[in-house]
Design a protein around this ligand. Structure first.
Ligand code: HEM
Length: 522
């Protein structure tokens, strides 16, 4: 009897496995090269979930294994299409945007309905909203970072830059080596909290303020958080977790920011104070005041990012405001800090790059916002840092309808996800000769003219691209400018020679601490 039961069990398990993995040959059947999936994670997530490989390395390897414009892959049991070609990236991200509005794994209305309060906050953020709801919130928030508004934030960032310099000075006076990520994290935390919610995070004055502790907590990858995240990707699980009162997001830290931002809004309303920061701008949006954008403020990236056609006006309630003030803190903290870290590290490693940058920055005593936007070599160094160390190694979009991707003639089913392999494109020698080398000259006007404009995607592209790009660029430029103008950045015994990416980080971070020294310029 037990033998029959065992045989039956084996048959059921095999049949179930066959059923679940029935789509694992989806791309091969269409004649397209694919990355071989392993059950149950597919071809993309397994290594990442196990923390064995950084996404930067994994996606680069996958890109280099293929030589077609697109290739197939799998996330769990689902086929995804991966783009290697900048022109096809443009078609998906910009030209046919109306079919590719959402990122993959976007929330379903069902998930929203049954989620816990703290998950609801996450569900109202720009990063996770979908369809018309996203369009209306995004169009309300878009004018927030135009160059006119950035000039006001520039003044707030000056104060943070001074604290940044004081900290480097203290290390240099003691001839002490210092770790860059910690320093840059303090810079970006203070500038985003001050510009977004008018809150002085005080990062430069304490080892770890309660603000920083909670912000870091939101990014920490514990086994439980990872388990819940992976579970939430399984269809139907979000709603179930919500019904059981289990938060996918980190409830304690989310509540901390919810309370902080709410208190900031209330204080602002009571005092009537105008700081012209994000909270002010969002309160004006809630009151239905028009925030204008001068068309002449928009560059090519932003013109591509404009939403075309009629957009329903957002219902901008207080929860939406808090959720989006919070997402600015989150999306703007680690991404910018990590890029800044790499940029300062590369400057310290190359005497020649540092000399060229120094020659440029020393021409300015007290640069204005416009000056910062017009320093060509500084711009090249920042762009090269974003190329070599893209914080989002891939960009994803879900297809809203059955769709044929032109040129390669590949059918994409409704609901299927398309990924653009950003890091692969950034390291393709056809786009950037000697891609492992840090070479700011990749971004001279002449070099850019020889390349497809979509071969550079650190902030994504199109209407769903990074809303905080101008803010991030200004922070990066200010930090690099003041550091190089006031100090010689130097390698020291602790500076790593070989770069390795951290497989445990969700960003393109270094596995080893990036440590340098600084000497005051006379
Ligand atoms: C070096 C720094 C940064 C990098 C590399 C970066 C990169 C990105 C990327 C690649 C995306 C996805 C784009 C797409 O899907 O096409 C994104 C989205 C986003 N970023 Fe950034 N970002 C940075 C800084 C910031 C800052 C400073 C803020 C806020 C102040 C911010 C806020 C956002 C938001 C809210 C979204 C979601 C936009 C939407 O879905 O409508 N980011 N970012």
């Amino acid at each position: 009897m037990w033998l029959e039961t065992l045989c039956l069990l084996v048959i059921v398990v095999v049949a179930l496995y066959k059923y679940l993995t029935k789509d694992y040959q989806h791309w091969t059947k269409l004649g397209l090269a694919q990355d071989e999936p392993t059950f149950p994670f597919g071809s993309l997530l397994g290594e990442l979930v196990k923390g064995k490989k950084a996404s930067c390395d994994l996606l680069r390897e996958q890109y280099e294994r293929h030589n077609t414009k697109v290739y197939g892959g799998y996330v769990f049991l689902n086929p995804i299409l991966v783009i290697r070609d900048p022109e096809l990236a443009k078609i998906v991200l910009v030209r046919d945007f109306n079919n590719f509005v959402d990122r993959s794994g976007m929330i379903s209305p069902d998930r929203s309905k049954h989620s816990t309060v703290t998950d609801k906050i996450w569900n109202r953020q720009l990063t996770t909203l979908s369809g018309d709801e996203w369009k209306s919130v995004r169009s309300s928030l878009s004018p927030i970072f135009t160059s006119g508004k950035m000039k006001v934030m520039f003044a707030l960032m000056q104060h943070v830059s001074n604290e940044f310099l004081d900290t480097i000075r203290k290390h240099s006076e003691k001839d002490e080596a210092f770790e860059l990520k910690d320093l840059c994290g303090r810079f970006t935390m203070d500038s985003i909290s001050s510009c977004a919610i008018g809150f002085n995070a005080g990062s430069f004055h304490e080892d770890e303020t309660i603000f920083v502790k909670n912000a870091k907590g939101l990014f920490k990858r514990s086994g439980w958080a990872m388990f819940l995240f992976v579970l939430s990707l399984v269809p139907g699980m979000n709603a179930l977790l919500g019904r059981l009162g289990i938060s996918i997001s980190r409830p304690q830290e989310t509540r901390f920011f919810y309370n902080l931002i709410k208190a900031s809004i209330e204080a602002r309303r009571k005092s009537g104070e105008q700081r012209n920061d994000l909270i002010d701008l969002m309160i004006r949006i809630m009151k239905d005041e028009e925030i204008t954008t001068g068309e002449d403020e928009l560059d090519q990236f932003e013109n591509d990012a404009k939403l075309k056609g009629p957009v329903k006006k957002a219902e901008f309630d207080e929860l939406t405001l808090i959720a989006n003030a919070m997402v600015m803190l989150l999306a703007g903290y680690e991404t910018t800090a990590t890029t800044m870290t790499w940029a300062l590290f590369e400057i310290a490693r190359s005497e020649e790059i540092q000399r060229k940058l120094w020659e440029e920055v020393q021409q300015f005593d007290d640069p204005s916002y416009t000056d910062f936007m017009n320093m060509p070599y500084l711009d090249c160094v920042v762009n090269e840092s974003l190329r070599k160390y893209p914080q989002a190694t891939a960009i994803s979009r879900g297809s809203q309808e059955n769709y044929i991707l032109e040129d390669v003639n590949i059918p994409i089913k409704k609901g299927m996800d398309v990924y653009v392999n950003v890091v692969g494109i950034h390291y393709d020698p056809q786009n950037y000769p000697n891609p492992n080398e840090f070479n700011p000259d990749n971004f001279t006007r002449e070099a850019k003219a020889t390349r497809h404009p979509y071969a550079f995607l650190p902030f994504g592209h199109g209407p769903r691209a990074c809303i905080g790009m101008r803010f991030a660029l200004l922070e990066l430029k200010m930090a690099l400018f003041y550091a190089v103008k006031n100090f010689e950045l130097l390698k020291c015994d602790e500076t790593p020679e070989v770069i390795e990416f951290d497989p445990k980080s969700g960003f393109t971070s270094s596995k080893h601490p990036l440590i340098i020294k600084a000497r005051p310029r006379s």
